[in-house]
Ligand binder design. Structure first.
Ligand SMILES: Nc1nc2c(ncn2[C@@H]2O[C@H](COP(=O)(O)OP(=O)(O)OP(=O)(O)O)[C@@H](O)[C@H]2O)c(=O)[nH]1
Ligand SMILES: [Mg+2]
Length: 658
């Protein structure tokens, strides 16, 4: 038997799905979290041979956004045996519109009145009357508290056997004008509500929550609060709790490295094999894994903030700003999700209706520093700016500025400013965040990171180590690494990076491997500079002096290298996600070119301007840098001009048609 979970966004379908199947799918306290359907078996303790399908939230059977159409398509084509319509009981009024539509599909429907744990003190719903009005079973549950689930499954199984569920709303489908039909439907819903619901707190009464919201959604207070919370979170994960855990872990890794090295020496393996294993693999992977605790602490904290309902308010505050750059407030949700990993972030763009805005958001989302970029930021800020604790959060602020500036340029270049859109985000209820959920999310992030370290990073590091140990004649190059295969391949790229201030083959090699996986930037640096012990165990993140000495670049170059890695195209996997979401090779190519140029130019400006300001001299490749910048400026101006011309041509041709 197949049960589909359908309902409005944020009604708790995924929470129910997780409770029924034992899965840990992403639950967020805002609308539009689930963007593709998920399917799994019901837990044995609740029943046998039942498949549960979780669907993206929808307000209507007639789809308005691409993830809503997944829901409609699924229900129409896959014929589930029964639909559980998950309804947020604190918001019955809005939910029933969709319920009445589901009831017209000739598939048995059971209404699961969810969140009864919190709705009892705002509203009183007469279940029996509601069942009569809708002519379907209504079951009270709390997905979050695991209440009423057994009964729900029992009722759903019984209902699935119903051959015919008499539909009380047939007359509606006879109204062919959509607008009229919707109006009629609203009036029917309102009529039902007036009979079954007795709200203790009326919709138009100001609750405590409303009062808090008036305060929090004030742009200045909200932004200030956001910055404070973020600063606290960053501080905790980068300066205190994170390093404390990282320290212990790095201690273990170092002991392991020594043990393996001792063991190999006692067996008498060759020097090369010994150093491949200890420096190349354990050292390189260890350099990456050492940062996992930071990422985990960060994810834990962000998940708590998300769950409290605060992030949805932030989206609302930033809406006007995002709108100015041709995006919508909805664009901020992919970007918040993108903190963890760009891939789900890019997928979350599906909730954006307008195709162009959707693609633009997918283009910009990878500029948000994802979890895999965190080791790069942590390493470089800690090694080159050990006294300037603000450098870490500042990096995120730079990323935000880059997004806004690039968005603005894109808007001018593509003419996306002509799009009118309305931002509807439901403000979810505030609540005490779930430690358990945050904990699971943290574990999952850690697991992902370690899995990647154990697969792709090991492979990359082995290849990098071998390539940096041999020359093209396959001779070991021991002391003259500058003649290694890796050095030979990376040198031409390093040449291109001279105006960026990072024209050394080691850095070029690290940046190239970063396209495979961003963690590998740190992994490669650990190999090419043999600095497995970059993260030391003396209660500070990295051994700043040691790193500065081995890398021998200026602080300004280090910053430029960091920006280059943050803003050039993301890893292969994220590029794949961009490809599948944009559904156009032309757009994909444009995005990659855009990201390459943005990364290059931001890093170049940082280096050239920084060198003049800090060291009072001209940076390397100053002249080429000026030329590149001038060309870029000319190109942008040209594009904007030609866009304006084509806009006015369009207007002219419209007039002619009329
Ligand atoms: N108090 C309470 N909160 C709940 C309950 N069920 C779900 N929630 C919360 O409601 C919010 C939305 O839950 P989700 O399961 O992500 O909602 P969804 O319907 O899958 O949302 P979309 O995927 O956006 O369509 C989360 O913050 C949940 O923790 C419940 O029974 N009680
Ligand atoms: Mg969901």
């Amino acid at each position: 038997m197949k049960i589909a979970l359908a309902g409005n966004p944020n009604s708790g379908k995924t929470t129910l799905y997780n409770a029924l199947t034992g899965k840990q799918e992403y639950v967020g306290n805002w609308a539009g979290v689930t963007v593709s359907k998920k399917e799994a078996k019901l837990k044995e303790s609740l029943g046998n041979n039942i498949d549960i399908v979780d669907l993206p939230g929808a307000y209507s059977i007639r789809p308005y956004t691409s993830e809503e159409s997944i829901t409609t398509d699924f229900i129409k084509t896959e014929n589930p045996d029964v639909i559980i319509n998950v309804v947020d009981s604190t918001n019955l009024n809005r939910s029933l519109f969709f319920t009445t539509q589901l009831l017209e599909l000739n598939i048995p429907v059971v209404v699961a009145l969810n969140k009864v744990d919190i709705s009892k003190n705002v509203t009183d719903i007469d279940i029996n009357k509601l069942e009569k009005e809708l002519n379907c079973k209504v079951v009270e549950i709390s997905a979050a508290k695991n209440e009423g689930l057994k009964n729900l499954i029992k009722v759903a199984s019984e209902s699935s056997k119903l051959k015919e569920q008499k539909n009380l709303f047939k007359e509606l489908s006879n109204i062919h004008n959509e607008e009229k039909q919707d109006k009629k439907r609203y009036s029917i819903v309102n009529n039902i509500i007036s009979k079954v619901e007795n709200r203790i707190i009326r919709h138009n009464e100001e609750t405590l929550e409303d009062k808090i919201d008036r305060f929090v959604t004030n742009p200045i207070i909200g932004t200030g609060l956001f910055i404070l919370i973020m600063a606290f979170i960053f501080n905790l994960s980068i300066n205190t709790l994170g390093p404390l855990v990282a320290d212990t872990l790095v201690g273990y890794i170092e002991n392991f490295q020594d043990a393996v090295s001792g063991l190999l020496a006692s067996i008498g393996t060759s020097d090369f094999l010994n150093s491949l294993l200890t420096d190349g693999i354990i050292g390189g992977v260890g350099a990456v894994v050492g940062f996992v605790p930071l990422v985990m602490v960060l994810m834990f904290m962000l998940s708590l903030v998300e769950d409290s309902g605060f992030m949805a308010r932030i989206a609302l505050i930033f809406d006007p700003l995002f709108r100015k750059v041709g995006l919508s407030g909805k664009s901020i949700i992919p970007m918040i999700v993108g903190y963890g990993c760009s891939i789900p972030g890019i997928m979350a763009t599906r909730t954006i209706k307008d195709e162009k805005q959707r693609r633009l958001t997918a283009m910009l989302t990878p500029f948000v520093p994802c979890g895999a970029k965190l080791p790069i930021i942590a390493l470089f800020t800690a090694a080159f700016f050990p006294e300037q604790g603000y450098m870490f959060p500042l990096t995120y602020l730079v990323a935000f500025t880059v997004i806004i500036c690039v968005g603005l340029i894109l808007k001018k270049v593509t003419g996306a400013d002509n799009i009118k859109n309305y931002f509807i985000i439901e403000l979810p209820q505030y609540r005490i965040p779930s430690i358990k959920r945050a904990f699971f999310k943290m574990l999952e992030t850690g697991k992902d990171f370690i899995t990647r370290a154990g697969t792709i990073i090991i492979v990359c590091n082995t290849v990098v180590f071998i390539m940096s140990s041999f020359n093209f004649k396959l001779q070991l190059v021991e002391d003259a690494v500058n003649t290694s295969i890796l050095a030979n391949i990376a040198t031409p790229f390093a040449f291109l990076l001279i105006p960026v201030g990072i024209g050394v083959w080691q850095l070029a090699a690290a940046a190239i491997t970063g396209f495979i996986a961003k963690e590998e930037v740190v992994g490669t640096l650990a190999v090419v500079y043999s600095m497995g012990a970059a993260i030391n165990s003396d209660f500070e993140l990295v051994n700043a002096m040691a790193v500065q000495e081995t890398m021998a670049i200026t602080a300004v170059s280090a910053l430029s290298f960091m920006f280059f890695n943050l803003f050039t195209p993301p890893c292969f996997a994220a590029i794949g996600a961009m490809k599948s979401e944009m559904k156009s090779n032309k757009w994909l190519l444009k995005s990659i070119l855009l990201q390459l140029s943005v990364g290059y130019i931001v890093a170049m400006i940082t280096y050239q301007v920084g060198t003049i300001l800090v060291y009072k001299e001209l940076g390397q490749g100053f002249i080429p840098a000026v030329i590149i910048l001038a060309l870029a400026a000319i190109y942008i101006v040209y594009k904007i001009k030609s866009n304006k011309v084509s806009e006015s041509e369009k207007k002219v041709s419209k007039v002619q048609v009329q």
